[in-house]
Design a protein around this ligand. Structure first.
Ligand code: AVJ
Length: 328
């Protein structure tokens, strides 16, 4: 069947690089807690490491997401009748999306629009999903909301837009920002458009810590690769041997935090950003949050953001929820 695997690029490489550079400067010049945005994990090395993480026995999320879509895609798509087009926020490698696309392709030709700021992720997704019969792929190298706006503009008459936000990526936002993000997605949708939202659920802390601090050190490598990426792309001189991967669970925020802790006092120079800064011994750079939810909380958050929940599916091996919402 005809497939059109292609990417609509957002910006020239130069602009993407200067955005990376200014985000790095802002995050690292903070006199309090230094931070780096987790969206920059996913260069070619980082994406490969993330895929490796998803195969780790300790990282239950990865397997739960795939298992659930393999099992429930038919049921989920039965809840979304009519002619449907699909947009995915953060396409990743596309392995879980396959099941949903195949379920939908049993009844119609499918236009699938993955949206990701990582061109590399879009290529991987096209390699994984480009061969499914009856499915055409057009990837958008864009920030989520910009990309979604462009996808929505391609809607045909009578077509329903279904947005996928899988894998618990929403957990990277803190709670208020996550809800606000859902509201902004809603503002691009029409009533009865659909949102399928994956969320990792609250579970015993030791299991959560192990999921983000696996004994083989794959997640540690994933975390440190952010500094290696700065070295490669912005001519930084981070010495990766002087950083430790640190994982903690914040009980009041109900989130995992990942940090990189400097084991020595050090000066770091990032040449292409024209930036230098210091780290004290023991000081950390906060690189990621992964918020954990209860299933009721997800429903309430969706309702406050302008949706009604029409179904929830659960994995009990690794508590995880897929929640299907319709825009009100
Ligand atoms: C892709 C954001 C869902 O938070 O679990 C995995 C990323 N970080 N291991 C997550 C991640 C460390 C992942 N998300």
């Amino acid at each position: 069947m005809l497939t059109i695997p292609r990417v609509v690029p957002a910006v020239e490489a130069g602009r993407a690089l200067s955005e990376f550079s200014s985000d790095v400067i802002v995050g690292l010049s903070n006199p309090g807690q230094k931070e780096l945005p987790s969206k920059y994990f996913y260069d070619e090395v980082g994406s490969a490491l993330f895929e490796a993480i998803c195969t780790l026995p300790e990282y239950g999320l990865g397997r739960a997401g795939k298992r659930m879509l393999e099992r429930y895609s038919g049921e989920i798509m039965d809840c979304v009748p009519g002619q449907v087009m699909i947009a995915e926020l953060g396409s990743g490698s596309g392995q879980q999306t396959r099941w949903l696309l195949e379920a939908l392709a049993r009844r119609q030709r499918v236009n699938y629009y993955p949206i990701d700021i990582s061109r590399n992720a879009l290529f991987r997704c096209q390699a994984e999903l480009g061969q499914i019969e009856m499915v055409s792929i057009v990837g958008f190298e864009r920030a989520y909301l910009d990309g979604l706006q462009e996808v929505a503009a391609r809607r045909h008459d009578g077509e329903r837009l279904m947005v996928l936000f899988l894998g618990s990526t929403i957990g990277n936002f803190d709670r208020p920002a996550g809800e606000q993000f859902l509201r902004e997605v809603r503002s691009i949708l029409r009533p009865d458009d659909a949102l399928l939202l994956g969320t990792d659920l609250i579970k015993p802390i030791p299991a959560l810590i192990l999921a983000y601090d696996d004994p083989a050190g794959v997640t540690a490598a994933f975390n440190k690769n952010l500094l290696a990426r700065i070295n490669r792309e912005l001519e930084g001189d981070f010495d990766l041997r002087c950083f430790e991967h640190v994982v903690r669970y914040d009980e009041s925020e109900r989130r995992i935090e990942m940090h990189l802790r400097s084991t020595v006092w050090q000066r770091v120079v990032i040449r292409k950003a024209g930036f230098r800064f210091y780290l004290r011994e023991g000081e950390t750079i906060w690189t990621e949050s992964a918020h954990k939810y209860s299933s009721e909380e997800v429903v309430q958050m969706g309702e406050r953001a302008g949706y009604r929940c029409v179904g929830q599916w659960f994995d009990f091996e690794w508590p995880f929820a897929e929640s299907l919402f319709f825009a009100v």
